[in-house]
Design a protein around this ligand. Structure first.
Ligand code: FAD
Length: 482
């Protein structure tokens, strides 16, 4: 804990020491070593966040190593080469090419944590400091900063919210008894959430996306013998990566295009690509850099239409599995260890050794039921800050300092500067990472967050004007390698 009574040139307090907060802290410290940067996170050792923290060696990055570079020194791949880790499986799959290898996610966490350790200052008046704690509210004006759960006050000239992936929401009615039943696991990433279950008993996972894949692999690796079921409305599974080929960007000239027109254009390009022997994955790679620009052109009702009707298909094609993860999942499906169902749970019932779910399966006009000893919420991080009783965001809302967006994606921001309840852009409160989704939609993965943080750290460190080119244009310039 730094001595907070000294007064350095400028103090930046960053709430959240996951990927986004850590990268911003490192970049700001490198640019302005005379400033004091305080990185606040409850973790004993910050730097990993959800994605690169609670994961096992078989939980892989969902893009090749070269797409995880963040501009830090040493680069990720150079650090890997000297880190003495065994990457035989990954390198065998990529013909020995590190840049193309799908690596364990934990390695990126190790790398970031190491950068943080190396950058940490011993001078309380300057440099990077980690503060262990949870921010639960703001200090009263005119003071700027946050209060921690343990009562400490952290003062900063600027405050950056980097709280990232918030715990998932249970897809249950608020008054459901299941919330409080011992069989229900509301957050599979919570410490020890999966410990102590009977491996012979059936498990039901709610959600069929990447979180479910992670959890199914974990249960299987930890000896689950009983059947695993996963259910979502459409029963769509994430698709797998496939290397090879190229596809030119084609979306920008079509703008403005409605969600339906965009979807048709993508499907037409994917069919054309397949006819030419190019994997459809290259079409999605060509679309991704332009999607923030597309999002900007959409009206609120078009955005809602996209989220309601097209998002499930977008998600499974955009967020893909590493080939080795896809192979493990296929093996679970083929051996019937895992069954994926499309439909919805209509009713829950208490049952011997757990609960019974009554399901209305898609395409069938009948109810089916199955018993599960554990029901695991795998619906993924939530973002609807309005409905989340998180103390920090509740306090920010009470002070009218934030404006959660109407679609429940995060906070309204202008180039990372947070808009207050009346839409005024703050000159001291900022947000980065997934929280800023309302402005860009596609700002949840490493390349886009890195570009966003590079701009913000440049703006803050240089005391520069707001950048002229929109971030969405920067993503387009980054091209298909994004
Ligand atoms: C499981 C998973 C796998 C992913 N895999 C990839 C991948 O392979 N490639 C890729 O490009 N992207 C991937 N992503 C996406 C992306 O990298 C992450 O979303 C990114 O890590 C976001 O980082 P973040 O710091 O904004 O959020 P988080 O990682 O969620 O970190 C937020 C931090 O804020 C802290 N915090 C929250 N509230 C408070 C508070 N009130 N006070 C103090 N601290 C607080 C939390 O403890 C946490 O440490 C993945 C995401 C997930 C969830």
């Amino acid at each position: 804990m730094p001595d907070l009574s000294t007064s350095p040139a400028r103090t930046i307090a960053i709430v959240g020491g996951g990927f986004s907060g850590t990268l911003l802290a490192l970049k700001l410290t490198a640019a302005r070593p005379e400033w004091r940067v305080l990185l606040i996170d409850p973790a004993v050792r910050a730097g990993r966040g959800l994605a690169y923290g609670a994961c096992e060696p078989y939980h892989l990055l969902n893009v090749p190593a070269h797409r995880m570079e963040t501009g830090l020194t040493p680069p990720f791949q150079a650090w890997l080469a000297g880190a003495g880790v065994h990457l035989d499986d990954a390198l065998a799959e990529s013909d020995g090419v590190m840049a193309d290898a799908f690596l364990p996610r934990a390695l990126l966490g190790d790398y970031l944590q190491q950068r943080l350790e190396d950058a940490r200052s011993t001078d309380p008046a300057r440099g990077l400091h980690t503060v262990r704690g949870e921010a639960v509210g703001l200090l009263d004006a005119p003071r700027r900063g946050v209060r921690l759960l343990d009562g400490r006050e952290i003062v900063g000239d600027l405050l950056v919210l980097a709280t990232g992936n918030l715990p998932p929401r249970a897809p249950l009615p608020g008054d459901s008894w299941l919330h409080d039943h011992p069989s229900f696991i509301p957050d599979p990433w919570a410490p020890r959430a999966l410990e102590g279950g009977d491996p012979e008993a059936p498990v039901l996972m709610l959600g069929t996306g990447l979180t479910m894949v992670d959890i199914a692999l974990k249960l299987a690796a930890e000896g689950q013998k009983g059947p695993m079921y996963a259910v979502s409305r459409r029963g769509l599974l994430p698709t797998a990566h496939k290397a090879g080929g190229a596809w030119s960007p084609f979306v920008a000239p079509l703008l403005p295009a409605s969600p339906l027109a965009l979807s048709r254009a993508i499907r037409a390009a994917a069919r054309q690509a397949e006819r030419q022997g190019t994997p459809w994955q290259r079409v999605m790679d060509a679309v991704r850099p332009a999607i923030a620009r597309v999002w900007e052109t959409w009206t609120p009702s078009q955005r809602r239409q996209f989220l309601r009707h097209l998002r499930p298909r977008w998600d499974v094609h955009r967020h893909r599995m590493a080939p080795r993860v896809a192979a493990r999942l296929d093996a679970l499906l083929e051996s019937a260890a895992l069954t994926v169902l499309g439909g919805r749970v209509t009713r829950w019932e208490r049952a011997e050794g757990g609960v019974r779910a009554h399901l209305h399966l898609r395409g069938l006009n009948a109810e089916q039921s199955l018993r599960a000893a554990r029901v695991i919420n795998c619906t993924g991080p939530r973002s609807d800050l309005d409905r989340l009783a998180n103390p920090l965001f509740a306090d920010l809302a009470r002070r009218r300092l934030i404006r959660p967006d109407p679609l429940g994606l995060g906070l309204e921001t202008t180039d990372c500067a947070v808009q207050d309840a009346d839409g005024r852009v703050s000159d001291w409160l900022y947000a980065v990472g997934p929280l800023t989704r309302p402005a860009l939609w596609e700002v949840t993965a490493v390349p886009e967050i890195t570009a966003q943080i590079d701009r913000l750290s440049h703006e803050l460190a240089q005391d520069a004007e707001r950048p002229r080119a929109a971030l969405a244009e920067v993503f387009i310039d980054m091209g298909a390698g994004i």
